[in-house]
Design a protein around this ligand. Sequence first.
Ligand SMILES: [Zn+2]
Length: 405
Amino acid sequence: MAFCVAGLAGLLSCRSSHKSTETTVRELPTREAVAKATGATDIRVAVLKDAPAVHIAGGKARRILNAAGRVVQQPSDDAALDIRPAAGGLSLNGAAAGGESSLRIESASADEPLSVNGQQVARVLRIYCAPRSGALNVIAHLDLDEYLLGVLAGEVPFERWHPEALKAQAITSRSYAFNQMRRSSSEAYDVESTVMSQVFKAGYRNNPVLKAAVSATRGLVLTDNGAPFSAYFHSTCGGHTESGAHVFPEQPALRPLSGVPCSFCTQSPAYRWKLTLSKADLERRLKAASPSSPAGPILRVEFLDAAGTPVGAQVRAVQVRIHSSGGPWTMPGNQFRLAIGARDLKSLLFEQVTDTGAALEIAGAGFGHGVGLCQWGSQGMAQAGYSYAQILGKYYPGAELTRMY
Ligand SMILES: [Zn+2]
């Protein structure tokens, strides 16, 4: 089957003969395709990191296994478990867990998941001592679509989000996760549960609104020439999405992430914003984030495009050159933004930057790195009557939808 996900330019003339604006849904056999492509059918989500202790409860006919898959001595079936790092491994309810530094806990029923610190999370958990901190990491093993319910709950205000925007987010998040699963098979987990990957909130597995969006798009993943790619997304582009190659230069430049104009995110509270940043504060934040940066008070800051030219209005800065009394230095824009604080410096798309001598007065646009789907733009398009396929066709030009399971 084939259907059209033309970008805005092609919407009015969207017919099957228009190959350049058409997206094909390729039917692949089953969810074995996920297993084949990723080496796993479940996604591994770091739901808790560097915790001093973990409280596990719930589950049905619970089993506790060591890294070799052997059942370890365990408290009675329904007893709550208090797990802590201890000398020589983990402790389980105050007793050494047989020298084990990694435990897998399973519930026999997906309908009776295990809870972590009071919150129902997953049927299967892995708990281990983090190599660096010695504290505990908790990894939830979740069915990919079950994981997406928690991502939709974490990423968008789903109670007031349009169903088509929710479907677009479900496919985007599935694509992002799918790509992470392919790339992280040798790592301890596939994704974080924070903005470092996608925000995941436990406790939404039975929400009917979220289930409708996930099941309506079951198995659909964005691909570029048949290959899944990291379908980045962000809150608000502010007028134009950004080239992925500018923000993530270590990754290959892809047409679906090349950047498009957007006039649909004007309802976002972060469509336009202002920030006054004193140079003393700027110096302090940069020092804290990168202690090796040249010392001395900051004299001037230049925001540059990819070619090193100072940006004007409505052009996103890709690099930042800081002139201090210790000398000038340049850093990637994304790194600069994270050093200042991504919630304070909402984006690198500026309408105006005024240097008052003591401070920078910034009038900016949008929220986030600007690559891929604009979430508020997606909601604006859905409210204007566009389908999820049209939304994805706009923000990922040239991408295909491939049914992976
Ligand atoms: Zn936008």
